[in-house]
Design a protein around this ligand. Structure first.
Ligand SMILES: Nc1ncnc2c1ncn2[C@@H]1O[C@H](COP(=O)(O)OP(=O)(O)OP(=O)(O)O)[C@@H](O)[C@H]1O
Ligand SMILES: [Mg+2]
Length: 234
């Protein structure tokens, strides 16, 4: 499934007047209201705000996991509304990497197989094991751990595997929802240093939701969300 040509100049992510309304029997819930923003290539953005303010809804929309009720979302110049379901799946697989608080690794697969999984979805069973080893080494997981299952790894090690899995298809954009939320302070700092390095050395664009002001300090720019609106940009 091919995607429309992307634009290499201009924002990698753009929201234009985006609202998200959930119609419930008890009344409409406005999760996002008239959000407009632009993220430039290579930026490291933190999204902060109180619980229920719309951060995950915003990130889901950036990840093409949800569509706006109003307004337009453009990913690398293409309106997600204009893409078919198959094209959206291809976009998620090839251009976006997802990292979550709960790591979300597949329990029955070892570290190497977890990283290889998205590569198999892209290239079939010929997916290169060498590529997975290269990425696992790049995130700092020692080879003796590559054949461990998630339950045989610490939280920090599992998050390194999850980052390797997000990187294996070489996406332009990494979307992270509380990536250090389940880690102790020291391990969280090591993970943030890794994300910062990916952004600055490899030119990845990183958009990260966090509650923690110390985690947000790694970002170049903070977007504050309150009641579904952008409050201020620092
Ligand atoms: N599928 C849904 N149906 C109805 N309402 C929803 C749905 N998903 C989210 N909401 C509502 O939208 C608002 C924003 O939710 P969201 O999950 O984006 O908040 P958040 O900022 O990520 O919160 P947290 O920090 O607790 O993760 C909340 O009021 C929530 O109850
Ligand atoms: Mg959330």
């Amino acid at each position: 499934m091919t995607l429309p040509i992307m634009t290499d100049t201009g924002p990698v992510m753009e929201f234009s007047g985006v609202s998200k309304i959930y119609p419930l029997a008890s009344g409409n819930v406005t999760a996002l209201l008239d959000i407009s923003l632009q993220v430039l290539p290579g930026e490291f953005i933190a999204i902060m705000g109180p619980s229920g303010s719309g951060k995950s809804t915003l990130l889901n929309m950036m990840g093409c996991l949800d569509v706006p009720s109003k307004g337009e979302v453009y990913i690398r110049g293409r309106s997600i509304r204009s893409l078919s379901d198959d094209q959206q799946t291809t976009l998620r697989r090839d251009e976006l990497g997802f990292i979550f608080q709960q790591f979300n690794l597949i329990p029955l697969l070892n570290a190497l197989e977890n990283v290889r999984y998205p590569l198999i979805l892209k290239n079939g069973m010929t997916a290169s094991r060498e590529r997975c080893q290269e990425v696992l080494a790049a995130v700092g997981l020692v080879p003796t751990l590559w054949y461990h299952r998630p339950t045989q790894l610490s939280g920090g090690q599992q998050q390194r595997v999850a980052i390797a899995r997000a990187l294996v298809n070489d996406p332009a954009i990494l979307l992270c929802d509380e990536p250090t939320g389940n880690l102790d302070t020291k391990t969280g700092q090591a993970i943030m240093a890794l994300l910062e390095q990916l952004c600055h050395d490899e030119g990845k664009t990183i958009i990260m939701v966090t509650h923690d002001p110390r985690t947000a300090e790694y970002a170049d720019r903070v977007i504050q969300i309150e009641d579904g609106r952008i409050r201020e940009e620092v």
